[in-house]
Write a protein that binds this ligand. Structure first.
Ligand SMILES: [Zn+2]
Length: 382
């Protein structure tokens, strides 16, 4: 059976007709016209997902199959690939959480095709209050290659990236080993000096994790780790665009500096996608999720307790606030993340798996998903 998608290309707005057969893109044709405000493009890739819809990759599940709900819920918002993100914990717990993702993927073919990597965020980050964020202090440690190599083996090659702080001695040689294994090293939760950041970039670090967050509240005017990462030509950067983690003007500056190297992540926690209310969270204790998706400590609206939005909501924040146009926001949430791992990646090519979205742009500029295909199969929308 063949499926036909029609819409304006997410890259240049020119009308396209895409034919899909047996799960793959069979042909891509330029056509004369397509429906007004209807766009077509690749599914979103989110390389930082801690959890979603009440389910948590950072908690041991009594039934691992329950985790499949994360892939399904994210798919309904257009996220056709994501990286479960496992944060700082005891080495044993990190092993168990990695194995849980691996086991769950083997039992659930849809989740297997949605989970295209694992992101390890920690435990080799800054021990300092501020840069450390909500990560547990007691489990933070210096980079330990033997330990990380054990996790790589336990992940059966699924670990694709690690967020660390190069403030630790031995970081450069650790980063070089990651490069040998084809693992992307991202700088985050850091209190590193300018020299340490330069050394990390020379060793192969290619990304900054949620730039502008996981920082001290107050830093020296210069030098500081924010200028150093902004200035580093070879560092791409991810941002959380939920409207709470970064003010709009900070995103504007990051966009000017990083240009096509600026990438969107959700960094969603388990409570993302849940109804507003008060909850007991695994990290942070009692928290409140507001109607407009702000997640903060109970009774303390100024202290965020993680991001409660999916990547589509991040795109819509950018569009509603006229931070980017539709094409740029879509690229920030899709091909730019994929190119971190495959520099020559081109979207919508014949023979590719048909992971595609058709979406309508509303008068307020936001995107509404009309259709999601994963491997050519239409996904029920949430
Ligand atoms: Zn983080």
């Amino acid at each position: 059976m063949e499926t036909r998608l029609i819409g304006k290309s997410f890259l240049d707005g020119k009308p396209l007709e895409i034919l899909i057969s047996e799960g793959k893109i069979k042909s891509v044709l330029s056509i004369e016209t397509s429906p007004e405000n209807v766009w077509v493009g690749p599914g979103f890739t989110d390389i930082q997902v801690n959890g979603y819809g009440g389910l948590d990759y950072n908690a041991i599940q009594s039934d691992v199959l329950a985790l499949g709900q994360i892939s399904r819920k994210l798919l309904s918002y257009g996220v056709t690939s994501h990286f479960p993100t496992i944060i700082t914990n005891s080495p044993e717990k990190i092993s168990a959480l990695i194995q849980q993702v691996v086991q769950h993927r083997k039992m659930d073919s849809l989740a297997q095709s949605c989970i295209t990597g694992i992101h390890i965020e920690g435990p080799f980050i800054s021990p300092e209050d501020g840069p450390r964020g909500a990560h547990y202090r007691e489990f933070v440690q210096a980079p330990n290659w033997n330990l990380f190599q054990k996790w790589i083996e336990e992940s059966e090659g699924l670990i694709r990236m690690i967020t660390l702080s190069p403030e630790w001695e031995g970081s450069a040689s650790f980063i070089e080993k990651c490069m040998e294994y084809g693992i992307l090293v991202s700088i985050g939760h850091t209190n590193a000096s300018h020299a340490q950041i330069l050394e990390a970039v020379t060793a192969g670090a290619g990304l900054s994790t949620h730039l502008g967050n996981g920082m001290h509240g107050i830093i020296a005017r210069h030098p500081n780790y924010l200028w150093s990462q902004l200035a580093a030509e070879n560092l791409s950067a991810t941002i959380i665009a939920d409207g709470f983690h970064l003010p709009a003007e900070v995103i504007q500056v990051f966009r000017k500096v990083k240009a096509e190297k600026l990438i969107l992540v959700s960094d969603s926690v388990a409570l993302a996608g849940m109804p507003p209310g008060d909850y007991d969270a695994a990290v942070g204790g009692k928290v409140t999720l507001t109607l407009n998706n702000k997640l903060h400590l109970f009774g303390n609206p100024n202290t965020l307790a993680g991001s409660a939005m999916n990547i589509l909501q991040g795109i819509n924040f950018l569009l509603k606030n006229e931070q980017t146009n539709l094409s740029e926001a879509w690229q920030m949430a899709s091909i730019r993340a994929q190119r971190l791992f495959d520099t020559s990646f081109e979207p919508i090519q014949i023979g590719q798996n048909a992971d595609l979205i058709v979406a309508e742009q509303a008068p307020d500029q936001t995107l509404k998903i009309l259709k999601v295909l994963k491997n050519g199969v239409e996904i029920p929308l949430d």
